[in-house]
Design a protein around this ligand. Sequence first.
Ligand SMILES: [Fe+2]
Length: 304
Amino acid sequence: MTTIPIGLTTNQAPFIEQARGQGRTFIDQPYELYSEENQRTWRRLYARIRPPWRKYANRTFLAGVENLALDPDAIPRLQDVNHFLAPLTGFDARAVSGYVPAYVFFDCLRQRAFPTTITIRNGTSLDYLPEPDIFHDIAGHVPMHTDKAFADCLVRFGEFARESARHVQGIADEHERLTRMESIIRALARFFWFTVEFGLMRQGTQVKAYGSGLLSSFGEIEHAIDSPLVQRYPIQLEWVINQGFEIDHYQPLLFIVESFEHLFELVNTLEKWLKEGRLDNVAPGEPVVNERDLKSFLEAGGIS
Ligand SMILES: [Fe+2]
């Protein structure tokens, strides 16, 4: 009987479990642990996404894929990715053991580091995955980070997070402080979701995908752009921050930005609204801000 190496499969990797057990968020990428099955999964995912990329991905992303010299046949080594990425925008992909508290995640962006999952989904279910994996993070997110204007937007998200942690510090009443922080994080999470994860952008007379949840999904990228079941609107900030979303099915509602300069301006407006108190009472509902995320923001603001 032969033993099948467990490899670095999402939710099944002892290496990751051990790192989490030891409380280590930032880790190395033990490349030798990838099994042949893991490599095969990467090859299959990469091969089938390329035709939809050519049709539906925005041109910045396609240029990014070229610039990173991603290997269709092998799971990327983060150090190789960073070798091409860092000179372009100063960003680097940093391996993590899994879930990163929201504030830590955004503060990494501020410092031009992208927390990157190193496990890969189980090859028996290529399509549905509630959590990120290396295909989503490297093939979906990182090519966007090669573009200066987009990279600056991510940094701006990080600065916004820091500003919002400071913003609630001065609120004496604890209940009020928690309520406001939760509302602000919800606004930020929704904005991030409808832009960086599922954003659409105008490109000439067409609409293209720049959101990484779309760019890493073989089924959804086409659906997002061609399906009559999807409502697509020019982005409106007051709508986005009050719009809940669900993660377990294709998105029925998407928002279009004009450019990355437009996106950058929207983060500026978000920060202005933060200071004016316009994020203090966004519509309740999903996503529920979890306790770890709330705590991470309060700690960053000096309160916990
Ligand atoms: Fe993502």
